[in-house]
Write a protein that binds this ligand. Structure first.
Ligand code: ADP
Length: 457
């Protein structure tokens, strides 16, 4: 069931409840009023007839019958009996009461209670006792309130028809209102349906209002903006990655083709193959980094307490193994216990981060030396990776963490511009911060700060 019909039905139920209760109250009150009014008529009828009979000496049984026969205030199918205080029937006019058998005991109980009432669907009866200075009497009067009942029935019929017709009208009117209120949503749905992954530049029309639907449309536009940017970044990433891979691949195939042009000496073959292997290694490393980059985007990275000092030693071994002329000098200071050097992190990613920083320090310095300092003081652990190399121009400081960016100082040095963007991503994943301090020609210092691991138990 769509929202429009559901809203209309909910509104219908609500209105029918309110109107239904109101109609029932009105009808009940009208029914009570009819009963009270007929009751009053019966009482005054009984009283006036009894007074005429008892108080006016000239009026006897015969005269009274004559008067009453033509009385305009007689009830329909009226029956009227008057009893004196000794239970003697003074007069009975009109129909039989039918609703009650009058016995002396009943008359005594009426005298005690003052009044007795009987109502059926056909006939109504009122018996009451009147005490007067001369003598009391009991009047029993019954009749039919055809007019009052017909009026009441008519009123009920009108109310029922009004109620039913009203419900039908309310359903259709509320559906129309709901449709009008939800039409911007319908437009939004059509707009969104027309947006595809290949055309994320399109936007929905948020209109001029400030209502919830306009807010939803604006939020969708924000989301589309973010998606477009993310898709764009991904596209760029793929283009840049394939470009970076093409360079060593072209170099490899070029060298092999040149080698195949003519017969070569064993020395030539050895040199060419050495260079190809180097390019293959570079390609492999690039591939590893690209893979690592993709992994940092995955949601399923596991974290555990990791000791950074142990990772530094492991990273150092790796860096020295790839290039034997590299030097990594490690200082670990300012800590009291091993837990001061422990962070909550992913071992593989943190190790990759340290290797990248060490390799850069060695790569961009003439002495191929990286100075690594780890400090564990207070709530934080700080890692410094410093070198005395070519340094970075301050204008490039904010860009060196971008994917595939290589600063102007990198000319003549092999690289792909991925390492630092990966480092930054890993630092952020671990809730840490990274900054660089460097000037051209004065070396570079990368400072990373993490929050120390605290065991909750
Ligand atoms: P790559 O080293 O492969 O070019 P990175 O992402 O690791 O890529 O570094 C990005 C750029 O930052 C480098 O091209 C270089 O210009 C600069 N850079 C990084 N580390 C250093 C450093 N220790 N000293 C000088 N420049 C650096």
């Amino acid at each position: 069931m769509n929202i429009r019909t559901r809203l209309a039905l909910q509104f219908l139920v609500l209105v029918s409840l309110i109107v239904g209760v109101a109609f029932v109250v009105v009808y009940t009150r009208a029914a009570e009023f009819r009963t009270e009014e007929f009751h009053d008529r019966m009482r005054s009828r009984g009283e006036s007839t009894a007074n005429l009979l008892l108080d006016v000496a000239e009026v006897d049984d015969r005269l009274l019958r004559k008067i009453e026969q033509n009385s305009p205030v007689r009830l329909i199918n009226e029956g009227l009996s008057i009893y004196d205080d000794h239970n003697a029937l003074l007069i009975h006019l009109g129909e039989d009461h039918a609703l009650l058998r009058i016995t002396p005991a009943l008359l005594d109980s009426i005298r005690q209670q003052g009044e007795l009432e009987r109502i059926t669907t056909e006939r109504e009866l009122l018996a009451f006792h009147v005490r007067s200075p001369k003598s009391g009497f009991v009047a029993v009067i019954s009749g039919q309130d055809l007019y009052g009942r017909r009026k009441l029935q008519d009123q009920a019929r009108v109310m029922l028809v009004t109620f039913l017709v009203g419900l039908v009208l309310i359903f259709f009117i509320s559906r129309t209102f709901a449709r009008r209120a939800l039409s911007p949503l319908q437009r939004l749905i059509l707009d969104l349906r027309s947006i595809t992954a290949s055309d994320l530049s399109r936007r929905t029309d948020p209109g001029t209002g400030t209502d919830e639907i306009a807010q939803v449309a604006a939020s969708f536009n924000d989301l589309l903006g973010r998606l477009e940017a993310a898709f764009g970044t991904q596209k760029n990433f793929i283009a840049n990655a394939s470009h970076e891979m093409r360079t060593p691949l072209t170099a490899i195939s070029g060298q092999l083709e040149v080698l195949l042009l003519k017969e070569r000496s064993g020395e030539d073959y050895r040199n060419a193959l050495k260079s190809v292997v180097e390019d293959m290694h570079a390609l492999n490393r690039l591939n590893d980094r690209l893979l690592m980059m993709a992994q940092t985007d995955a949601a399923s990275i596991t974290f555990a307490p990791v000791r950074l000092d142990e990772l530094i030693w492991a990273a150092r071994t790796e860096v020295l193994r790839t290039k034997t002329f590299n030097q990594v000098i490690v200082t670990i200071e300012g800590f009291e216990e091993a837990s001061d050097l422990t962070v909550n992190g992913n071992e593989v990613l943190l190790r990759c981060m340290i290797v990248n920083l060490m390799e850069n320090a060695c790569k961009y310095s003439g002495d191929h030396q990286a100075l690594v300092t780890l400090r564990g003081k207070g709530e934080r652990v700080t890692l410094d990776v410093e070198d005395r190399g070519i340094g970075i121009d301050p204008v490039d400081h904010h860009r060196i963490f971008e994917q595939f960016f290589r600063a102007r100082n990198s000319a003549g040095t092999k690289g792909h511009g991925i390492g630092l963007s990966l480092v930054k991503r890993i630092v952020e994943l671990h809730g840490g911060v990274i900054h660089v301090e460097s000037k051209r020609g004065e070396g570079a210092r990368f400072v990373i700060t993490f929050r120390k691991f605290v065991d909750a138990e």
